[in-house]
Design a protein around this ligand. Structure first.
Ligand code: HEM
Length: 496
């Protein structure tokens, strides 16, 4: 009879052999790895990816057409180059899905809400009525941005004094107000408590997502259900949303669908969509919350980055002012006028190219075994994505790719037939900050409009600079998420 030591020894040997065989015969084995791929040692690679995703992805991009990087719970296969972004875009939904990739990477079920996984009713609403109503709601967005800037920054400025402003937090306040003017309308979009709840929700989603990334797949359901933030935020926001929803449901019943002054906001469109699909009130509140998540952190980070570029090189402000003033003189404040501000559009697009909100894009999860054009075999259930930052800093795609050249896209638009292709909302295999293809961000038309109005307001009303000789601070990252530094910028009233 073997003793306990022998039994334990035999179990360890069998376990190790199983791990080794699984590793050697994994269908992903032949795809080159950045960092160690050997079982357990791959955690060293995962840690490096957690801390320095940009460097890890750049290394892979320079060396290989297709490579893989380790996260703690899975591998991500990364494709290099604009041509491969295009190839990813073209994989049909039957073979690879965006939603499953997002579900995996954001752990949507636990960080946002269960209903978002199976019943994402916000997506058709954002793609449809939100985008179609941009011109109609333009004046409301402008009004809210003017008023939010006046409350947050304007009220602090006196005479010609420079005043420190924390950009990231302030932009989150302005964005949450402007977005909610369209999501839920007045007066809720100015309710400080409601706004604090939805902003905190977006930060908590990011926190929960990073926390869950540390746990293996098996433990995610256990840890995920213990994380209270999303449920708490939705419960707290419901205190405000539910009475409005119930009141609107009552009015809909009373008027038998002939409600003459029916609100024209995202909440109403979501309610219409929910009623078409027979979904309950909880799904409506979840949809409003996830719309806030999709809008607030992405847009606040993006405008913060652009503002840092402006503060670092204030000579650009004069050029932007001239453009905004000339266009507004001719066309007034309108959606059409925004379309004429090519330099402003280019400034924001270039900031997004240089910084982005994530180092990977065009994410997909394979549903079926897939073979890429170079013969690489990707088994079903694999996460695949394009290396967006590396694509944006590739000299084959952009001249002097590491230089922030604010008007590069405005200059490109002057070429014959290129006016649409290089505007901020346009995606291409070389430009993927909003993804590319069928699942490219449906909120980008709304976001770009908002960001342009904000930037126009800033250059018309304020001078901005960094303290002393400081330039734009370095970005940092956790996994592939890009985060702007959280720092202050000096603001003063514009000196004419
Ligand atoms: C500057 C701001 C924004 C950036 C940089 C951004 C970026 C992105 C990216 C990279 C994706 C994934 C695409 C892919 O990997 O293929 C995405 C998806 C999405 N975004 Fe945005 N986004 C922004 C603003 C917004 C806003 C304001 C909304 C809503 C009002 C929104 C709603 C969505 C939704 C619903 C999806 C998922 C699409 C789907 O399920 O098919 N985004 N966004």
């Amino acid at each position: 009879m073997p003793g306990t030591t022998e039994t334990v020894g035999a179990i360890i040997v069998v376990a190790l052999l199983t791990i080794l065989v699984q590793w050697r015969f994994s269908p992903l084995y032949s795809i080159p790895t950045i960092g160690p791929s050997f079982p357990l040692l791959s955690y060293i690679g995962a840690y490096r990816y957690y801390k320095n995703a940009r460097e890890v992805l750049q290394e892979g991009y320079t060396k290989y057409k297709i490579f893989k990087v380790a996260m703690l719970d899975q591998w991500i296969v990364i494709v290099s180059g604009a041509d491969m972004n295009e190839e990813l875009r073209k994989i049909p939904d039957s073979h690879a899905t965006f939603h499953k990739a997002a579900e995996d990477l954001i752990s949507i079920r636990y960080t946002l809400a269960e209903s978002i996984v199976d019943r994402p009713i916000h997506v058709p609403v954002i793609r449809g009525p939100l985008t179609k109503n941009l011109a109609v709601l333009f004046d409301d967005v402008v009004d809210e941005i003017n008023s939010a800037f006046a409350d947050t920054i304007g009220s602090k400025l006196h005479g010609d004094e420079w005043t420190e402003v924390n950009v990231l937090m302030t932009m989150a306040v302005v964005i949450s107000r402007a977005s909610n003017r369209v999501f839920v309308g007045l007066p809720l979009c100015r309710n400080d408590d409601y706004l604090r709840i939805v902003r905190q929700f977006t930060f908590d989603v990011a926190k929960a997502r990073v926390l869950l990334s540390w746990f293996p797949k098996l433990l995610k359901p256990v840890v995920g259900t213990l994380i209270p933030w999303a449920r708490r935020a939705t419960r707290n926001a419901s205190v405000y949303l539910r009475p409005i929803i119930e009141d609107r449901q009552r009015k809909l019943r009373e008027t038998g669908g002939q409600w003459s002054d029916k609100p024209n906001d995202l909440l109403m469109w979501v309610m219409d969509e929910a009623s078409r699909q027979g979904e309950p009130t909880e799904v409506i509140t979840d949809a409003v919350m996830v719309s806030n998540f999709a809008a607030i952190h992405t847009s606040s980070n993006s405008i913060t980055q652009a503002l840092y570029h402006l503060a670092a090189s204030s000579e650009y402000a004069e050029m932007l002012r001239e453009e905004v003033e000339n266009v507004v003189m001719e066309h007034g404040w309108s959606k059409v006028a925004m379309g004429k501000m090519w330099k402003l559009d280019s400034f924001l697009r270039e900031s997004q190219r240089v910084n982005g909100i994530t180092h990977i894009s065009v994410m997909r999860k394979t549903l079926q075994d897939t073979t890429l054009s170079d013969g690489t075999f990707i088994p079903a259930g694999t996460l695949v994505a394009g290396a967006s930052t590396a694509t944006h800093h590739d000299a084959r795609n952009y001249e002097n790719p590491d230089v922030f050249d604010p008007f590069r896209f405005a200059d490109m638009r002057t070429e014959e037939g290129e006016a649409i292709k290089h505007q901020f909302v346009s995606t291409s295999p070389e430009y993927v900050p909003f993804g590319h293809g069928k699942h490219a961000c449906p909120g980008r038309f709304f976001a770009v409009n908002e960001l342009k109005v904000m930037m126009a307001y800033i250059v018309l009303h304020y001078d901005v600079k960094f303290e002393g000789e400081k330039g734009k601070p370095e970005n940092w990252s956790r996994w592939h998420l890009v985060l702007p530094a959280n720092t202050n910028v000096l603001f003063r009233k514009r000196q004419v």
